[in-house]
Design a binder for this molecule. Structure first.
Ligand code: ADP
Ligand code: ZN
Length: 615
C-alpha cells in the first residue's frame, strides 16, 4: 500500500499542508491524468510532480533544460531520503552507467534528465524497459519557438504519449501568456490535460520604486537598514556600472561580486557558485545574470537602472523570495534613466515597427513607475489578471502618494523647452526656470527669455520631478543626438492652451528606516545571535557535504527554530521543513545550538526570553 500524498508531504518533506492548488494537481496526476501547471516562480511546482512520483509505482522522469541545477536539485531530494539521480552530459560514463543500473533495478524514485539525452534512441529504449511513474516536463515554455528560452530538443517531446502510452505527463512553467500556453498544449499534445493556472501574483514580494537621488547612497541605506546580511541581486544597465557598484559595495564591507557578459566564463561560474553556496552574497549584475539560478533565499532584488519593459522588471524581480518568505523588489529611477532609455531605443538598429513595440513596452514600464495607485494591481493588470485595487505590500499602498495640480508648472516647463529652441537637456532648462546665471545661460542669452526665473516657486528636485513625469508621459520627447535635449510633442498642445489639467505625482520624501516596512525575516534584535548561530551551523553542515545551505534547511525553517526554540526531538519534528530524514540527520546539531543559546542568555526552558531581550 503506497503512502498517501499528505503523508509524504508531512513525513518526507516536513511540511504541514499543501498550498492551493497543489493537492488537486497531485490527485489528478496520481490518478494517471495529464496536467499543465502554470504557477509563478516560488509557487511550489516541484512538489506537484515529486509527490505523485513517490505515490505511484515506478520512477518519475523529470525533463529539465537546466543541467547546471540538477546536481543541487538531486542533492536536496537525497537529503529528504528520496532516491533521486540525474543523467546529463556533465556526468562521467561510469557514473551514468551506475545511474542506469539503479534505474533498471527499480531503485530510483526520481530521475532528472536533460532533453537532449531523452532524444537519444538509447535512452528511450532504456526507459521503455523500466516501470515509469510519470514524466514531468519542467520549464515547459522552452517548447515555444517565440519565447526566448526555446530549446529545439523540447519539440521531440511530442513522442512521449506514443512511446510511453499510459504514463501520465505533467508540464510546468511560470510563463503564463495565452500564446505560450496554447503552444505548449499543441506541441506537447496536451489537449486532454487538465490545466491549472495559478496567476502571477507573488504576494511575498514587496514592490518599491523611488526617485533616484544619488542611487548608490540610497542602495546602501536600503541594504543597511533592511537587508544587512541577506543575499540579493543588484541590477545595473552597463558593465562599467556593475564593476564600479560591486567594488564600492565591497568597500562598504559587503561581499559583492560582479557578473556580466564581459567577464570570463570561469569567473562568472565562480561568482554564481559563491552566490548560491555562501550566505549573504550580493551579486551586482547586468541582465546577463539570472537564467537558471535556483536560489530560493534571495531576499532582495535592487534595480539601479530602469528595466526596458514590465516583462523584464517582473522576471528580474521574480528572482527574489522563491521560498515564499518576505522579499523586497526595490528600484530607484530618475529623469536621466528615462532620457537614456528613450535615446537607446530610438538609436537602436531595429525597423520602425520593432521600435514601436519597444516604445510601447517602455511606456508601460514608465507608467508603472509613475503610477499613484497600487503597483501590484497595475503589474497584474498588465498581465491580464484581476486583483484587489490595493495590495498593502507595495510602496504606494504603504505610503499613499499625493498628487498636485501641476498644470501651471508643466506649462512653464514646456514653454521653457520651447523658448530655448528645444535644444537643451533638463539641467539647463531648470537653471533657466530658476533664474540661475550660469555660463551657459549667459552664453545663449537665456536670461533675456520670458521664462527666465519664473520657476523659483519650486526647487531643483521638484523641477526634475516635473520634467521626468512630462517625459515619462510623452509630453516631451528625447532627442537622439547629443545630450538628451527635450522636444515638445503634439500631446503638449492642450496643456499649453490650458485645456488639459495635469495631476502630477508628489514624490514622497524617502523614508528613514521604517520598521514596519522591513521585508527581511522578522527578527527582533534579541533573536539575531541565535539566528546567526543557526546559519553558521547550517553553513558548516552544507560545506561538509558540498551542497548549498538551503539544501540543509530553508530560511523559513531556521526562522521557526528561532521562534519556537524546540527543546526536544519531538518538538523539533514539528517544525515546518523537518521531515523524518532531516530529523535524523540534523536535529541533534541544531538542538545543541539552541540549547547553548538558551543557556547563554537568561532565557528559561519555555522559550520565554523577554528578560534577555530587555536585559
Ligand atoms: P517553483 O518551482 O514553483 O519556483 P518550488 O517548487 O521551488 O517553486 O517551491 C518554492 C518553495 O516553496 C520551496 O522552498 C518549497 O520547499 C516551498 N514549498 C512548496 N510547497 C510547499 C508547501 N506545501 N508547504 C511549505 N513549503 C512549500
Ligand atoms: Zn499595492
Amino acid at each position: 500500500m503506497p503512502n498517501s500524498a499528505i503523508q509524504i508531504l508531512q513525513e518526507t518533506f516536513g511540511f504541514h499542508a499543501f498550498r492551493q492548488p497543489q493537492d488537486q494537481i497531485i490527485d489528478s496526476v496520481v490518478d494517471g491524468g495529464d496536467a499543465l501547471v502554470i504557477m509563478p516562480t516560488g509557487g511550489g511546482k516541484s512538489l506537484c510532480f515529486q509527490i505523485p512520483a513517490l505515490v505511484r509505482a515506478g520512477t518519475g522522469v523529470v525533463i529539465s533544460p537546466l543541467i547546471a541545477l540538477m546536481h543541487d536539485q538531486v542533492a536536496a531530494l537525497r537529503q529528504l531520503g528520496i532516491r533521486a539521480a540525474y543523467l546529463n552530459s556533465s556526468l562521467a560514463a561510469e557514473a551514468a552507467a551506475a545511474v542506469e543500473r539503479e534505474l533498471r533495478a527499480g531503485q530510483l524514485d526520481l530521475l532528472y534528465i536533460a532533453p537532449e539525452r531523452l532524444a537519444q534512441a538509447r535512452t528511450q529504449e532504456l526507459l521503455s524497459a523500466c516501470s515509469l511513474a510519470l514524466f514531468a516536463i519542467d520549464e515547459a515554455h522552452c517548447v515555444s519557438q517565440w519565447g526566448h528560452d526555446f530549446r529545439s530538443d523540447y519539440l521531440l517531446l511530442d513522442m512521449l504519449p506514443r512511446q510511453f502510452p499510459g504514463v501520465p505527463r505533467i508540464a510546468l512553467t511560470a510563463t503564463a501568456d495565452d500564446r505560450t500556453r496554447e503552444e505548449i498544449v499543441e506541441r506537447l499534445q496536451l489537449g486532454a490535460a487538465r490545466q491549472f493556472c495559478c496567476g502571477f501574483d507573488r504576494p511575498n514580494i514587496q514592490y518599491r520604486i523611488t526617485q533616484k537621488n544619488n542611487g548608490r547612497q540610497q542602495l546602501l541605506r536600503f541594504i543597511r537598514s533592511e537587508h544587512p546580511r541577506d543575499a540579493g541581486i543588484v541590477y545595473c544597465l552597463s558593465r562599467r556600472k556593475v564593476e564600479a557598484t560591486a567594488q564600492w559595495l565591497q568597500q562598504q564591507g559587503y561581499t559583492a561580486l560582479p557578473y556580466h557578459a564581459g567577464l570570463g566564463a570561469e569567473l562568472r561560474r565562480q561568482h554564481q557558485e559563491r552566490f548560491v553556496r555562501e550566505d549573504g552574497v550580493i551579486i551586482v549584475a547586468t541582465v546577463a545574470f539570472g537564467m537558471g539560478i535556483d536560489k530560493p533565499d534571495v531576499r532582495f532584488v535592487a534595480h539601479l537602472d530602469l528595466p526596458k519593459s514590465v516583462e523584464a522588471y517582473y522576471q528580474e524581480t521574480g528572482r527574489a523570495g522563491r521560498d515564499g518568505e518576505p522579499a523586497t523588489a526595490w528600484m530607484v529611477y530618475g529623469i536621466q534613466d528615462v532620457v537614456k532609455l528613450r535615446q537607446m531605443l530610438e538609436g537602436s538598429q531595429g525597423d520602425e515597427q520593432h521600435k514601436r513595440v519597444e516604445r510601447h513596452k517602455l511606456d508601460a514600464m514608465l507608467g508603472l513607475c509613475e503610477i499613484t495607485s497600487c503597483r501590484r494591481h497595475a503589474l497584474l493588470h498588465y498581465f491580464g489578471e484581476q486583483s484587489p485595487a490595493a495590495c498593502g505590500n507595495c510602496d504606494t499602498c504603504l505610503t499613499p502618494v499625493q498628487t498636485w495640480d501641476g498644470t501651471v508648472a508643466a506649462q512653464k516647463a514646456l514653454s521653457c523647452a520651447y523658448r530655448t529652441g528645444q535644444r537643451f537637456g533638463v539641467n539647463h532648462l531648470i537653471d533657466v526656470l530658476m533664474g540661475k546665471q550660469t555660463d551657459k545661460v549667459l552664453q545663449f542669452d537665456h536670461q533675456q527669455l520670458s521664462t527666465f526665473g519664473v520657476g523659483s516657486d519650486l526647487d531643483n528636485g521638484q523641477w526634475r520631478s516635473v520634467y521626468r513625469q512630462l517625459v515619462a508621459r510623452g509630453y516631451l520627447s528625447v532627442d537622439m543626438g547629443g545630450f538628451g535635449s527635450l522636444r515638445l510633442t503634439d500631446r503638449c498642445r492642450p496643456v499649453l492652451r490650458g485645456e488639459e489639467q495635469l495631476a502630477l505625482r508628489r514624490d514622497p520624501v524617502e523614508s528613514k528606516v521604517r520598521k514596519e516596512r522591513r521585508a527581511a525575516p522578522q527578527l527582533g534584535v534579541a533573536d539575531q545571535p541565535l539566528w546567526e548561530a543557526l546559519r553558521a551551523c547550517r553553513k558548516q553542515l552544507a560545506e561538509a557535504q558540498n551542497v548549498p545551505p538551503y539544501v540543509i534547511f530553508h530560511d523559513a525553517t531556521l526562522m521557526e527554530l528561532v521562534t519556537y526554540r524546540p527543546a526536544s526531538r519531538e518538538q523539533f519534528a514539528r517544525i515546518n521543513g523537518v521531515g523524518q530524514s532531516k530529523l535524523e540527520k540534523y536535529s541533534e546539531a541544531f538542538l545543541a545550538v539552541i540549547r547553548q543559546h538558551d543557556d547563554g542568555g537568561a532565557a528559561t526552558a519555555g522559550g520565554d526570553y523577554a528578560a534577555w531581550t530587555e536585559g
